[in-house]
Write a new protein. Structure first.
Ligand code: HC1
Ligand code: SF4
Length: 579
């Protein structure tokens, strides 16, 4: 242990501790910008580049960046004397000298670390005038890159390269010209970006933001000629409340439905209903492949991989194109909801497909891109018109001046609002495969499960595995969340080392609860665990917890689809993948 003094307080820390962490231990807050600590993910990004966290260390000529300066025995540190404050202000002013002044209309305004530290430091005038960066704004279907606002903290680079192993973003050029960009400064859309949005989630400024569809939604809701229906993803209800000061893990399903109804949606439905539908299709595909595999059919590929996460689909299309016949062909729940709404529900409502607008509320930014994929359109009309993120919904509720906390608890509309507990847990890592196991077990064995809780499949470790006993047949299941972890499982499959029958993959750490469109969690895994616990609570409270018992799903097959994996199901609910 090492003893030192910070702001006249004695502190004892293990060797190797940084001044920033030692200060935290005694409740001294030092502002940071480029520094990022992602709890359980094991990532500590401390390039010491921005210099906003400088402190004075007695006996040293220069101020030290506290995020990457280690404590030493007897050190005397001052984190807030006027020399330090003056230096931080100068650093901030220099950063702002090459930053556009469009705070009033910036998407990040009010939620921007650069802005809040500038306010805290009381920066009122800028003494440095110099050249301003003028990069072309890069608009992709999910993410907007405005590099004039980049402060070169390189958090996005760490997220994209170290956690996601995508490598779409890295620093290019030198000096004033340096910027974080895809290779050859190409547009994000032309790069290997998966649109997972994890870079957006850690960007401290408005350099990386989601493509905002709120204004389009406002226009559609105000148009009396349009029937606007909405579906809400499982993970949204477990995090939306945080935007209104509620504790992480507070379930706000009823208030969310109420808010959506007050915003003017004609019907408020649940993506969880479509998640139940996904289980019917994907589960049937799993059992079919399994049966053929057990019969010795060499053409059948196992493991089957889940296919509901669009960033994950992008990832394997870019990085593992040779393996694109392994994932399930089932569309994601978002994309199953669309064709059922526009082909089945529209008929029930007596309206034409073209007059229906299907909107989704998603924790994810890749869902925006997924809506635009050509295979999910009919004559140019998307099955799901567009998607807005949890953060965008929260902003819209705030724009409408609604008292979210005071809203009553409403129920979803039917027929596409009824879901089972299995549909709910899709939103957390392990949930999709647990939902599939509940149905596949009962269909395969013909027996009723004693307990539907497959606790061995739950947890937050990046790669997990468990064997589920299908009445004497051991089914090996793998789970990965975060694309770096997915890569490891895929490389094992490619090398012939995988023993799994089925694997669930979600691109974002934690699954959808940690999606790039959720309220920012700053890598705090305790927040992710609380959101996951909320979904398991909602599952436990449901009268029906197995997808194949959802009465509206049963009715949908009776009235419309025939049976799982029928010809019509294949036409509407399945897809194919591209190189
Ligand atoms: Fe997800 Fe899914 S769980 S992908 O994370 O399969 O986004 O929440 O909606 O489509 O249901 C996201 C969440 C979501 C789909 C479902
Ligand atoms: Fe990388 Fe994901 Fe950001 Fe794309 S969205 S640049 S894959 S972190």
């Amino acid at each position: 242990m090492i003893k030192l003094t910070i702001d006249n307080k004695l502190v004892e820390v293990p060797e190797g501790t940084t001044i920033l962490d030692a200060a935290k231990q005694i409740g001294v807050e030092i502002p940071t910008l480029c520094y990022m600590h992602l709890g359980d993910m094991g990532i500590e990004h401390k390039p010491g580049g921005c210099r906003i966290c400088v402190v004075e260390v007695e006996g040293r000529r220069n101020l030290a960046p506290s995020c990457n300066s280690k404590c030493a025995e007897g050190m005397v540190v001052n984190t807030h004397n006027m020399r330090v404050l003056n230096a931080r202000k100068t650093v901030m002013e220099l950063m702002l000298s090459d930053h556009p002044f469009d705070c009033l209309v910036c998407a990040k305004s009010g939620n921007c670390d650069l802005q809040s530290i500038a306010i805290k430091l009381g920066v009122r005038e800028l003494h440095y005038k110099g050249e301003q960066s003028t990069y072309k704004v890069d608009y992709s279907p999910s993410i907007i890159r405005d590099m004039d606002k980049c402060i070169m903290c390189r958090r996005c680079e760490t997220m994209c390269n170290d956690i996601q192993t995508v490598g779409a973003l890295s620093a290019v050029n030198r000096g004033f010209e340096s910027v974080v960009a895809p290779a050859f400064e190409m547009d994000l859309e032309k790069s290997t970006c998966t649109y997972c949005g994890q870079c957006v989630a850690v960007c401290p400024t408005g350099a990386l933001t989601e493509k905002d569809h709120t204004n389009q939604l406002i226009r559609d809701l105000a148009d009396p000629k349009k029937t606007v229906v909405v579906q809400t993803a499982p993970a949204v209800r477990a995090a939306l409340g945080e935007e209104f000061g509620m504790e992480p893990g507070t379930l706000v399903t009823g208030k969310m439905v109420s808010a959506l109804r007050q915003l003017g949606f004609n019907s408020v439905f649940d993506t969880d209903f479509a998640a139940d539908l996904t289980i019917m299709e994907e589960g049937t595909e799993l059992l079919d492949r399994l049966k053929k595999h057990l019969e010795g059919d060499k053409d059948v590929k196992l493991p089957i991989l889940t296919s509901c996460c669009p960033a994950w689909v992008n990832f394997f299309e870019h990085h593992f194109p040779d393996m694109k016949d392994i994932p399930s062909t089932a569309r994601s729940p978002q994309q199953m909801f669309g064709p059922i709404a526009k082909n089945y529900l529209a008929k029930q409502m007596g309206i034409n497909r073209e007059d229906m607008i299907v909107v989704s509320i998603m924790p994810c930014l890749a869902k925006k891109y997924e809506c635009q994929r050509d295979e999910f359109k009919v004559d140019g009309d998307p099955d799901v018109n567009y998607s807005i993120s949890t953060r965008e919904l929260a902003n819209l509720i705030k724009q409408a001046n609604m008292d979210f906390l005071g809203l009553p608890e409403d129920e979803f509309d039917n027929p596409m609002g009824e879901s089972t507990g299995a549909g709910v847990i899709f939103g957390t890592t392990g949930g999709v495969i647990e939902a599939a196991a509940r149905t596949a077990y009962e269909v395969y064995t013909g027996k009723t499960l004693k307990t539907v809780d497959f606790k061995a499949l739950r947890g937050m470790e990046g790669i997990r595995s468990a064997t589920v006993d299908f009445d004497g047949l051991p089914i090996n299941i793998g789970i990965a969340h975060g694309l770096g972890n997915a890569r490891k499982l895929l490389e094992d499959i490619r090398d012939g080392k995988s023993q799994y029958h089925a694997i669930e993959i979600m691109a974002c750490p934690g699954g959808c609860i940690g999606g790039g469109g959720q309220p920012l969690h700053h890598g705090d895994s305790s927040i992710l665990k609380k959101r996951a616990a909320a979904l398991y609570r909602e599952d436990e409270g449901k009268a029906i917890r197995k997808s194949h018992e959802n009465p509206y799903i049963i009715k949908l097959y009776e009235e419309f689809l025939g049976k799982p994996c029928s010809e019509l199901s294949h036409k509407l609910l399945h897809t194919h993948y591209f190189d």
